[in-house]
Design a protein around this ligand. Structure first.
Ligand code: GLV
Ligand code: MN
Ligand code: MN
Length: 406
């Protein structure tokens, strides 16, 4: 099967009229992990999983020892696309298949990993599986996470859509020798430069915050405008403050993509609002400045409108530069295939952010048509998908032959 055919098959799992819904430990997400494990076994790879739901497929090397890893994620955002994450998993598998089919086995083992729950679209933590693997979030903390639907990670993991049947659960593992992740760019830069490969220099740092506004609910027809403590009006000012904070910080972005109004009825003054904020920059100081601005404005809005505002920072990930030796391998592989290949930072988060804490890590980007991502219309040209896999194959062979020195 070609990469394109495998991606099309995965795209049927969780398909909605607007895109793909494949949150961690849902039926379609489990089906995607099963599909990956099946394809990997057909290729003769050794398949294992860990307690966090990560699935590993290994090709042995001529020498024993830890692997060079590649991978990405199979979960999606709500109404997401067919390429974000899935491309890195399917592309990694294709690269290992090519290497396995060649006359020369790799010097060191190679492993492709489907990291669990990268999007944070069900449990309130992004890069969940890679964060657990890298030891950044203790497993007990992960087990206690509660999904928006009320189920804990520990319960979902044991449920019908949890860990895979018949796949050994790995307990303890050596640190990988190196890591390289193949991903769609998810933005417009490569397309604007008319180049087909990108060398990632760094991944933007991010903060996720949860903010609640408590106002006073009441009758929409009887409470005078001067006597209201409308939680949604206060939250609306917060949304604009978030936008302003990013403009003020410069070279940063901030978004309110989640907002719940209670009781959410036409003839009731809103009493309670919950919203979630996502702020990012490759310069961590700018992300911190955004949080400070929002906190300051929250105090002012609370006082002016007589509502209670609570802001909790739920996730902090520092910006991560890519490791120079691995980045050089990526640069050489990309330039050999695409002389115009450029260097660029990643505004999106990736599992590579977490694995970079325990191993030399780098990333390869291919273009996204129209820069679209996190939408059902996300696309990458099939020939660009193939070129990315060629670059990944070259990097994996080189890294397995001469892993970076730490
Ligand atoms: C994941 O794609 C993220 O960047 O939030
Ligand atoms: Mn992704
Ligand atoms: Mn994503």
């Amino acid at each position: 099967m070609t990469i394109h055919q495998r991606l099309a098959e995965l795209a049927t799992l969780g398909a909605t009229p607007a895109g793909i819904d494949r949150p961690l430990f849902s039926a379609p997400e489990r089906a995607a992990r099963e599909r990956f494990a099946g394809w990997a076994r057909e290729t003769g790879l050794h398949v294992e999983q860990d307690r966090a739901g990560n699935v590993f497929a290994r090709l042995d090397g001529r020498e024993a020892g830890p692997p060079v890893q590649t991978g990405s994620h199979l979960d999606t955002v709500r109404n997401g696309g067919a390429y974000d994450g899935a491309y890195g998993v399917v592309g990694g598998l294709a690269a290992l298949e090519r290497i396995a089919a060649s006359d020369e086995p790799p010097r060191r083992a190679l492993e492709v990993v489907a990291w669990a729950g990268e999007e944070g679209s069900r449990f309130p933590l992004g890069c969940l599986g890679s964060s657990a693997y890298a030891g950044l979030t203790p497993y007990d903390e992960i087990a206690a996470l509660v999904a928006d639907d009320g189920e804990t990670f520990a319960s979902a993991q044991c449920g019908p859509n949890g860990l895979l049947d018949g796949v050994p659960v790995r307990d303890g593992f050596p640190l990988p020798l190196a890591y390289v992740e193949l991903h769609i760019e998810q933005g417009p830069v490569l397309e604007a430069h008319r180049v087909r490969l990108g060398v990632v220099t760094a991944i933007a740092g991010q903060r996720r915050m949860r903010l609640t506004v408590d106002g006073t609910p009441g009758h929409a027809g009887t409470i005078p405008m001067t006597q209201r403590a409308d939680a949604l009006c206060a939250a609306s000012e917060i949304v604009l403050a978030v936008e302003q904070a990013a403009h003020n910080a410069g070279d940063a972005v901030a978004t309110v993509g989640y907002l719940v109004v209670e009781p959410n009825q036409t003839n009731i003054v809103p009493g309670h609002v919950t919203l979630r904020i996502d702020a990012r920059s490759v310069d961590d100081a700018r992300v911190l400045a955004i949080e400070r601005h929002i906190r300051g404005r929250a105090r002012e809005i609370s006082a002016a409108r007589g509502v209670r505002i609570k802001l909790t920072t739920t996730e902090v990930r520092a910006a991560v530069p890519m490791e120079p030796q691995m980045q050089s391998l990526v640069r050489a592989a990309c330039l050999a295939l695409e002389p115009g290949a450029i260097e660029l930072p990643s505004g999106a988060g990736h599992d590579a952010m977490c694995i970079a804490r325990i191993a030399p890590a780098a990333m390869i980007f291919v273009p996204s048509i129209g820069g679209q991502s996190h939408v059902g219309t996300e696309r990458t040209a099939p020939e660009d998908l193939e070129l990315g896999v060629e670059a990944l194959t070259a990097v994996l062979i080189a890294a397995a032959q001469a892993p970076p020195t730490r």
